[in-house]
Design a protein. Structure first.
Length: 95
C-alpha cells in the first residue's frame, strides 16, 4: 500500500506492536530509525536512476519535496541535487 507503519509491519511479522518495539530496542534500534535508514538507502538508489526529486519525495512518503530535502541534508550534509552531481562525476559521467 506504500504505507509502512509499526502496526502493519508487526501484523505482517505476526507479532504485536509492543513485542516488535521491544525486540528492536533489544537490538539497539527503533522502528523510526529503521524507516529513516531505509528511506536514505532508497533515496540514493532513486537518485542514481535519475528520478526527479519530487518523485523521490512522493515515493518515500514525504508530503512535500522540501521535507525530503531537509531529511536528505540531515542524512548526507548535502542536497539531493548536489549528491546526484557528485555521484555522476565520480562515475565518470555514467549513471
Amino acid at each position: 500500500s506504500g504505507q509502512c507503519t509499526l502496526a502493519s509491519t508487526a501484523r505482517a511479522l505476526g507479532t504485536s506492536e509492543r513485542t516488535l518495539q521491544r525486540r528492536l530496542r533489544e537490538e539497539g534500534t527503533s522502528f523510526a530509525e529503521l524507516i529513516d535508514c531505509l528511506r536514505r538507502e532508497m533515496a540514493i538508489e532513486y537518485l542514481d536512476k535519475q528520478m526527479s526529486v519530487g518523485e523521490i519525495a512522493w515515493l518515500l512518503g514525504y508530503s512535500e519535496p522540501s521535507a525530503f530535502h531537509h531529511a536528505f541534508r540531515r542524512w548526507t550534509g548535502t542536497t539531493p541535487e548536489q549528491a546526484r552531481a557528485a555521484r555522476t562525476e565520480r562515475a565518470g559521467g555514467e549513471v
